[in-house]
Design a protein around this ligand. Sequence first.
Ligand code: 5GP
Length: 193
Amino acid sequence: MKLLEERIRKDGIVAPGNVLKVDSFLNHQIDIGLYNEIAKEFKRRFSDVNINKILTIEASGIGIACVTAQQFDVPVVFAKKTQSVNIAGDVYSTKIQSFTHNRVYDVIVSKRFLHSDDRILIIDDFLANGCAVEGLIDLIQSAGASVEGVGIVIEKGQQSGGRHLREKGLRVESLAIIDSMNDETGKIVFREQ
Ligand code: 5GP
């Protein structure tokens, strides 16, 4: 998605540790015009997919999931990061290793919001090692629901998450794929799509 790549080049900051900061337009301050274009692009790429729900993870996936859900006219469910594991049995839970915070979260979704007949599109802002998406897939499988696709705004192609998911046969659509980035020069190389 050219508009997104141009914006990343203009306002993205390559930080040490293979982290791209996009907080001036994507996940702290939000450019709603860009969000709407992202949502339309997800709708275009997944136009042949029959979904009834979008699943994401708090916090930065929520806004993107919501604008995308407007395009598909489906509800959004977001997985919650929690300190305490719920033992009442009314939630599906999994563990997710956070790339940016370098810790493991317990992540839950209420059983009321994921059902065996759900056809789900996963949406998130970044794909790096794939832990967040793998965790969401785990929750979906616990409910017996199906993963119809994975929509990612920025995939860091130099990390293995995207490759592993595609090798499993999942349909992953990333609107921008970064092949390399350099925190000393700030240079970002995108994959041709
Ligand atoms: P993964 O679980 O695929 O390793 O990492 C994906 C999650 O980590 C995303 O939900 C995102 O919040 C965060 N993340 C991974 N890499 C980056 C990055 O370079 N920049 C930012 N801002 N977040 C990232």
